[in-house]
Design a protein around this ligand. Structure first.
Ligand SMILES: *[C@@H]1O[C@H](CO)[C@@H](O)[C@H](O)[C@H]1NC(C)=O
Length: 251
């Protein structure tokens, strides 16, 4: 779109958290420490689940994939945020902003889908244990992970391309620490109702669909666990899905 009296924005300023220099250094140190621990933890999970022969099961395959996804997801936001905390020019180019937004949407939706695939894995393991290794075979696991990674591609592309084609003619200060949808949309100088409705619809779809899958899986898991006769098998079944349940709740 063409801007009438102004030139089109070519770069954005990321306002971040604060202007206070001391506060910025403190946040830099804090976030760098958290980020380092996150990276180390995820690399540890990927390494251990790759080399330990007793962990070559679908559950650990998905866990490894989730760790990899988590590394990618944080890579989109955190390094740039850290650099901006200590640099005087908190600038991101127009294309950089679109790229960041695309990958943020993509990995966000991938994570929703991967978590629901992991719930399905627990459902088969607990509700259909005798056929587990037949159903959750190598190729199905690979496709479930691949499908999760790819699930967000069309929608993320549409959302990002549509957003970046809107007219940015005036202000260019993004009130956030990365190019997320809503704070960037605020800078558009025309009515954005159509875009917002589309964004709401696709966000609902990308949250509600995986969430319903998780809900259905866990309902069936809980019913099966409650029907188990011995307390030990109940506990054992529950312990294999408790960590996944915690991750889903946190996410
Ligand atoms: C994650 O899943 C994808 C697609 O199935 C696969 O190609 C990749 O190797 C997996 N990554 C890890 C670290 O297991």
């Amino acid at each position: 779109m063409i801007c009438e009296n102004h030139t089109r924005v070519t770069e954005f300023i990321l306002l971040g958290f604060t202007n206070h220099p001391k506060m910025q250094v403190a946040l830099f140190i804090l976030f760098l420490a958290i980020y380092t621990v996150t990276l180390l933890g995820n690399f540890l999970i990927v390494t251990v689940t790759s080399v330990d022969p007793t962990l070559q099961t679908p559950m650990y395959f998905f866990l490894r994939n989730l760790s990899l996804l988590e590394v990618c997801f944080t890579l989109v936001m955190v390094p740039k945020m850290l650099v901006d905390l200590v640099s005087p020019r908190k600038i991101i180019s127009f294309v950089g902003c679109g790229t960041q937004m695309y990958f943020f949407f993509l990995f966000g939706s991938s994570e929703c889908f991967l978590l629901s695939m992991m719930a399905y894995d627990r459902f088969v393991a607990i509700c259909n244990p005798l056929r587990y290794s037949v159903i959750m075979n190598r190729s199905l696991c690979w496709w479930m992970a691949m499908g999760s990674w790819m699930s967000g591609v069309p929608v993320s592309m549409l959302q990002t391309a549509w957003m970046m084609a809107l007219p940015f003619c005036g202000p260019n200060a993004v009130d956030h620490f990365f190019c997320d949808g809503p704070p960037v949309l605020k800078l558009v100088t025309v009515d954005t109702t159509m875009y917002e409705m589309q964004a709401l619809a696709s966000t609902l779809l990308f949250i509600m669909f995986p969430f319903s899958l998780i809900l259905v899986s866990y309902t069936r898991i809980i019913i099966t666990i409650l029907r188990m006769s011995s307390a030990t098998s109940r506990q054992k079944a529950f312990s294999t899905c408790s960590s996944h349940l915690i991750v889903v709740s946190l996410f």
